[in-house]
Design a protein around this ligand. Structure first.
Ligand code: NAP
Length: 275
């Protein structure tokens, strides 16, 4: 039995799909089973990382688990996992942990990784770069006239499709021996202007990127995240705009196929862009 936490999210749903396709018995953790929308063959358990007493039932009889990085709230899960004799876990982390300056986000993921190592359970850290799914934040602006506003238009990144993150995590859960930690990106270095153009072409609607200042972007971001996380994100964009394109790290050796392109991802999430 494999437990998938974060099972209703971008990454978790794809892990569940991969594990079911491989014929595995899957248990899924969510805070709200009634709204999970998971396939009927999945055992859905209610649980919340911030309330560790809700977790032992979900871990009972489980050999391997995917751990969603609920920041600052892994300790209780790990204690119960050790008590239940969990064989292996696969933690969602971030390439930011490998940066010379991991920043607020990388620092938080590094603390997660350190806690997991201290648990003594065999672990693989899945370290994707920025998610393509972050660009769903553009959906509202595209629906309302097609002007996507942001700072650093020439910031080039190699964002990764959540289907590929799910495939890497599933490979790490299913392999006979624990895999090494995996850092990976999507297949193309694309700046923000290029990504908006691809969204526009695939959706068949008019959309353009319009530059705003860093201060304007910061004022917007702090409504959605802590100040330090907003600064981290803006610094990442600034560095990406100054660099000559993003480094590509393919997950193909782990997943056995090329990762999805950005256009393929937009096609896959077209309903979410139109919602
Ligand atoms: N965005 C990026 O560019 C990026 C890059 C590298 C790493 N990451 C990491 O990836 C994460 C995002 O992954 P995602 O897009 O798959 O997430 P998501 O779509 O936002 O889904 C979040 C999942 O976490 C579960 N969850 C949240 N709080 C929980 C709690 N207290 N107890 C138990 N479950 C909880 C939710 O389950 P229920 O609501 O069903 O309970 C849901 O399944 C980020 O948090 C970050 O750490 C992100």
């Amino acid at each position: 039995m494999i437990l998938v936490t974060g099972s209703t999210g971008n990454v978790g749903r794809n892990i569940v799909r991969e594990l079911l396709a491989a014929g595995e018995q899957v248990r899924a953790l969510t805070r709200n089973p009634a709204e999970s929308g998971l396939p009927p063959e999945v055992e859905v358990f209610e649980g919340d990382f911030t309330k560790p007493d809700t977790l032992p039932a979900a871990l009972d009889g489980v050999q391997r688990a995917f751990v969603f990085p609920v920041l600052g709230a892994l300790e209780g899960f790990l204690q119960h996992a050790v008590r239940n004799g969990l064989d292996r876990l696969v933690l969602l982390s971030s390439t930011a942990v490998t940066f010379p300056d991991p920043g607020w986000v990388g620092g938080a993921h590094l603390r997660n990784e350190t806690e997991v190592l201290a648990s003594g359970i065999d672990a693989t850290f899945v370290r994707p770069t920025v998610f393509m799914a972050n660009d769903l934040a553009w959906a509202g602006q595209i629906a309302q006239g097609g002007i996507v506003r942001g700072p650093y238009p020439k910031a080039a990144m190699a964002p990764v499709d959540e289907r590929d993150i799910g495939a890497v995590a599933a490979a790490a859960l299913l392999s006979d021996e624990p895999l090494d930690h995996v850092s990976f990106t999507g297949p193309e270095s694309l700046d923000q202007v290029e990504r908006v153009r691809i969204v526009s072409e695939v959706l068949g609607v008019k959309a353009e990127f319009e530059e705003i200042s860093r201060a304007q972007a910061h004022a917007h971001l702090v409504h959605h995240m802590p100040d330090l996380a907003a600064e981290f994100l803006l610094d990442q964009l600034k560095d990406a705009a100054a660099g000559g394109g993003a480094e590509i790290l393919s997950p193909e050796p782990v997943i056995g196929r090329p990762p999805h392109t950005y256009a393929s991802w937009v096609e896959h999430r077209i309903a979410d862009f139109r919602r």
